[in-house]
Design a protein around this ligand. Sequence first.
Ligand code: SF4
Length: 618
Amino acid sequence: FKARPWQLKEVDSVCGYCGNGCTVTLGVMDNKVQTIRFNDKTGVNDGNLCVRGRFGYSYVNSDERLKKPLVRKDGQLVEVSWQEAAEAVVEGFKKAKAEKGLGIISGARLTNEEFFLLKNLAKGFGTANLDHSGGECYKGLTEGFMETLGVSASLGTFPQVEQCDAILSIRSDFYETHPVFGMVVNQAVKRNDAHLTVLSDKKGKFTKLPHAKTLLAKPGTEVTVLNAMAQVLLAEGLAVTEGIEGVEALKTSLATCTPEKAEAITGVGAESIKAAARQLGAAKKAAILLAYGLPYTAQSKELAVAAANLALLTGVAGRSGSGLYLCGEKANSQGAVDLGILPQKGGLGVQEMLKQAAGENLSALYVVGEDPLTSYPNRSMVEAALSKVSFLVVQDLFLSPTAQQADVVLPAASFAEKDGTFTNAERRIQRVRPGIAPPGEAKTDFAIFEMLAARLGNQVSYTGPAAVFSDIVNNSPNYKGIEFSQIGPQGVVWGGEEFAPAHKRVVPVAAAQGLAAAYQLVTGSALYHSGTVSTRAQGPNAVVAEPYLELGREDAAALKVQEGDTLNVKGNGVELKLKAKIGTRLPKGVVFAPYHFASAGLNRLYQGETAVAVELSK
Ligand code: SF4
């Protein structure tokens, strides 16, 4: 890149990667994003960006971007006009409706306005089968949070977490999933001496912070640790019980879930469980953090209930400056939920759509901004679903492995080419602005949905995102009163900075047992998310370049494995070869592989469980 800074056109927008929602300034020249830098200290990131946001944009300028619509003719995908492609899509979906129906699977990186149009389009195509990638996990979390708190969104804002004196991070390492939020937690720990408890099946970057205490639970047993913490608060009279329904029933159900019993199941020491519970109970301001997205689907409802019980018993839910944080993985995961990109009444969720498609009970799939073959669990079911539907439409930036199977491919736009809003994980609605035009004939999802709606005979046509936003405000109680033109550099947080639970009800949840196996494979994020765009960007690739299997030193010694050796990994009837990476963050018997590398085929082996029993050999 040779341009001088003053030669660049600067455009303020929002990072397109994760639910942190960092504000960015795009530096643009020759219709290419040449730089991304932080946006002069405005926004929730306060001048910080992580490696993905700062250096992970080169995929936007990639020569491999799709530039023309493609339609399959005589077995080959060939370039066609938009008119021909749109006609094929509308006719194909009409036919599907008359047969076994259509399912729509969306990514969580579309703008709120695009989600609104997509939901209307689903209605136009007569399908209730609509969901987004994190939908399955979100469904479980929502059920859990609605039962306990009556709301299913973060209760506070990220900056409030910096002032907390106790933080409990459950299952996710925010330094990986939401790195700039990870820095906020870091500040709370380093500047304000906050006590950080990390409850996870593996150590992470959080573990290394001063005062951080990691409760290393056997895979799938985090719920039991949370239950035991609730039991300690109730047994020691430390729990807030006033105004909370269901306390007696919870007490009875937890009577036997003592820290000692939990230790036997989870491997976390009884004294550590007691200390963590007491610390959280004594904090003046505390935060409980939970991430959601594709890799967190298993036990999501149970975890939500157990976390909410704890939030209620410690007073975290509803106390000023404290909060429970529900962090969606992708840039507009919260928007997908707010705008109802979830199964409509009687409709199917993502996994059920794929299952029905694999069983030839669904005629068509419309996949928008997702690459299920690469990133969804249970790859053989995804393969069957894609090959069994009679009509597959994929709308994306690249000819992904999923797009290669499609009957019609529609070339879409990246975040840097879009106008509208994203809503981040703390409910902050922010403006996304286009720095460049989409390459070739590619179009924004907004323009594609409008084109398909018009062809369907839908007369409503919008002048732009502001007009759609007014309709969102009229249709969504949470967005009521917000004006598009008023969304300034700090965004607008719907529901206010402190969002109160609608009710307070603790609910019993069964203790979870771990898996009995010599080796358990867990998966999750390693810098990337699903990898559909990040693995095409040079920045993240320089840090994590290839798939691997991580194992602890003790297991490596027992297996006589050295760093870089190839290991056979066998489980769920599938055998993979992965390079060994030896580290110190995994307990004996637990191994880890990041879920985003399609080439590794991990999603053949991993089918959505918390952990898979595997055999390892050299
Ligand atoms: Fe982008 Fe998330 Fe990194 Fe912020 S933390 S720069 S939103 S990827």
